[in-house]
Design a protein around this ligand. Structure first.
Ligand code: SAH
Length: 332
């Protein structure tokens, strides 16, 4: 276990980077093995009621063309993903109230018939909704804390509260979901100390999955003039998370690949063991523009799967054939 001051020291210098990445790779190998779990990601609506300062889906962005994939089409995408071999379907969207509990429940129940694990990533809902989704068959919930710095959180998320975000994560844990959380690295005014606190927070809640990505400046947001986060710093936060939570699932995030053409492979060699390829068709990909220059927006699901499989095999890793439950969760 690393102390907060040790984490800060590592984050503050680049001298130990190689050592940390190599160690995280070994800890990954020893604890979760060489399998890479693929998750089929369905970004089903880019309509959002929130105003997160960094996100291109924020309601005030009038420049993006909004879409919503209807229930039957979502289910068809899940079916196709399952046919392609995906054992986990991730349903992600903006906070779109059109998708009432009843609609989400129906989608979960239909997708569950495919014998896949379901991860929801649809933001803040009430305890009763989270409970109903779990009862309908959802297995995992992904909701990043984004930052544990209270001040920064409130600047980045107008009309939202960090207390409620923490509460949502507690509810999800209490309800028996596999808990996925994470943070952004490189937000304006984000301190190194707060990143250390983020890592310690993941440990304190015993998260089962942690996704970490660099902040990428979006031209149609108030942060349009801010610098992007640093790829290597984001990678280091990820690697340290692996050291502190050795048997969780850690995705090589798409945002990492957006800042570095080999970002996901570098991440897989520095502690990550999960990749989340997009399984929707080209028409929706570009529109789910949380940040600009997203990768693979011109590819279809078959191309994406083929491309990432080849990359994974090229580094001597294999694609998992099971649902890829977090061992941290299994062994509880
Ligand atoms: N509405 C859902 C899903 C959000 S999108 C929710 O609230 O959980 C998924 C993630 O994209 C967010 O958690 C955020 O960390 C990330 N993201 C959003 N805008 C970004 C940006 N400009 N750069 C990098 N990551 C971003």
């Amino acid at each position: 276990m690393l102390s907060k001051s040790e984490i800060i020291e590592i984050l503050n210098t680049n001298e130990k980077n190689e050592e940390i990445f190599t160690l995280a790779d070994k800890v990954r190998h020893d604890n979760v093995g060489d399998e890479v779990h693929l998750r089929g990601l369905i970004e089903f609506s880019n309509i959002c009621k929130r105003q997160c300062m960094y996100c291109g889906l924020r309601s005030e962005n009038k420049a993006i063309s909004r879409y919503r994939i209807d229930e039957d089409e979502i289910i068809r995408y899940a079916q196709k993903a399952s046919d392609m071999g995906y054992k986990t379907i991730v349903l992600q969207s903006g906070e779109d109230e059109y998708f009432s509990s009843d609609k989400i429940i129906r989608i979960i129940e239909e997708i569950k018939k495919l014998d896949v694990a379901i991860t929801l990533s649809i933001g803040e809902r009430s305890y009763n909704e989270y409970k109903a989704f779990k009862e309908a068959g959802a297995d995992r919930y992904l909701i990043r804390i984004e930052t544990t710095d209270k001040n920064l959180y409130s600047k980045m998320h107008p009309n939202m509260s960090i207390e409620n975000r923490f509460r949502c994560i507690e509810y999800i844990k209490e309800l028996g979901y596999e808990v996925g959380t994470g943070c952004l690295v490189g937000l304006p005014e984000q301190s190194i100390e707060s990143l250390a606190n983020d890592i310690l927070y993941f440990k304190s809640i015993e998260a089962d999955m942690v996704g970490i990505g660099p902040f990428i400046s979006h031209p149609q947001t108030p942060l349009c003039h801010s610098n992007n986060g640093d790829f290597w710093l984001a990678l280091k936060v990820m690697a340290l998370t692996r050291l502190i939570l050795p048997n969780i699932n850690i995705p090589a995030t798409t945002a990492m690949e957006t800042l570095n053409p080999n970002g996901r492979i570098i991440a897989l060699k520095s502690g990550a063991n999960v990749v989340m390829p997009n399984v929707t068709s080209t028409e929706y990909r570009a529109k789910y523009e949380i940040y600009p220059n997203k990768i693979c927006i011109n590819e279809n699901p078959t191309q994406c799967r083929g491309c990432i499989e080849a990359k994974i095999k090229s580094i001597g890793r294999h694609i998992s054939q099971d649902k890829g439950q977090s061992l941290h969760f299994t062994n509880k």
